[in-house]
Design a protein around this ligand. Structure first.
Ligand code: OGA
Ligand code: MN
Length: 283
């Protein structure tokens, strides 16, 4: 295998590695090295069964099931279906795929460490995934801002996001009482440290972060907007164009991402399998 950097500060393509077979310890060591160096890894030209994707994903940690059971794979609930296709009035997967900037499962006490996506059906044009390097974004902040953020916590709220999506496009349903109980609002540090590398990253996202704890509303909103505008500058972002058979795996602790599925023309077919790898309480 060999690794090709894609972006200015992050993102890499790992060539010549077949994820369908059991990987050797040395191969996993190389993947881990690339993981910490590039934060988002793309593995082209894969041909995987569900268990093969799950086995590969498990290298990064235990798999967990998404709170939206409606979109679990019928046989393997650890796989979440993303799909623009509706058959007999029933969506085959989560249709919007998360078309807003977010970090997966940041709304739980233990946000997901990593996610993988496997592209089964990819439209000829569009349906790209955007990624943002939150290490580079943190690094580029003025020392004054870094000092201001030191010790701050932010609230992450899944109910809020779901409500926006229900109201906005009617593409999501209201959460059930059980789903709400599973996702109470939670606080996380605004700046987190990746334990393995000591790298610091901003850990807030427009999708789920609703306020800075202990700050008056106008000040909190202004600070979040300023930070999001800073992060989403082109120099910290990368647009990933999919090919069928790509597996993309990313570190949710140090990146954000955004699907662009809502921009696709009606009738476009885009289908992915997704796994979520459990993480630890952010520090
Ligand atoms: C996800 C997600 C992005 C995409 O599955 O978590 O945000 O482009 N997907 O499908
Ligand atoms: Mn996501």
């Amino acid at each position: 295998m060999w690794v090709e950097r894609l972006g200015r500060t992050f993102m890499a393509r790992v060539h010549d590695l077949d994820l369908s077979r059991p990987l050797a310890a040395a191969e996993f060591a190389a993947i881990d090295e690339a993981w910490f160096a590039h934060r988002v890894l793309c593995f082209p030209q894969q041909q995987l069964t569900e268990p093969q994707l799950m086995t590969f994903s498990s290298h990064f940690g235990p798999l967990e099931k998404h709170v939206l059971q409606d979109y679990h794979h019928a046989i393997y609930p650890e796989i979440l279906m993303l799909s623009t296709i509706v058959e007999d009035g029933k969506p085959l997967g989560l249709a919007d795929a998360g078309s807003y900037w977010h970090s997966d499962v940041s709304y739980k006490a233990k946000p997901s460490r990593a996610s993988t996506l496997y592209g089964l059906e990819i439209p000829d044009d569009g349906g790209d995934t955007l990624f943002c390097d939150m290490v580079a974004a943190f690094d580029a902040l003025l020392e004054q801002m870094k000092a201001r953020l030191d010790g701050l916590q932010a609230a992450h709220n899944y109910h809020h996001r779901n409500r926006v999506l229900v109201d906005q496009k009617g593409i999501r349903r209201d959460l059930s009482a059980a789903q709400k109980a599973e996702t109470p609002e939670i606080l996380h540090p605004v700046v987190r440290t990746q334990p393995e590398t000591g790298l610091k990253a901003l850990f807030i996202n427009p999708g789920f972060t609703v306020r800075i704890e202990g700050m008056a509303e106008p000040e909190s909103t202004a600070l979040l907007e300023e930070l999001f505008a800073h992060c989403l500058q082109d120099r910290f972002c990368f647009r990933y164009k999919w090919k069928k058979g790509d597996v993309v795996a990313w570190d949710n602790a140090v990146t954000m991402h955004c699907a662009t599925v809502l921009d696709l023309p009606a009738g476009s077919r885009r289908t992915m399998w997704r796994t979520i790898i459990s993480g630890d309480v952010p520090i």
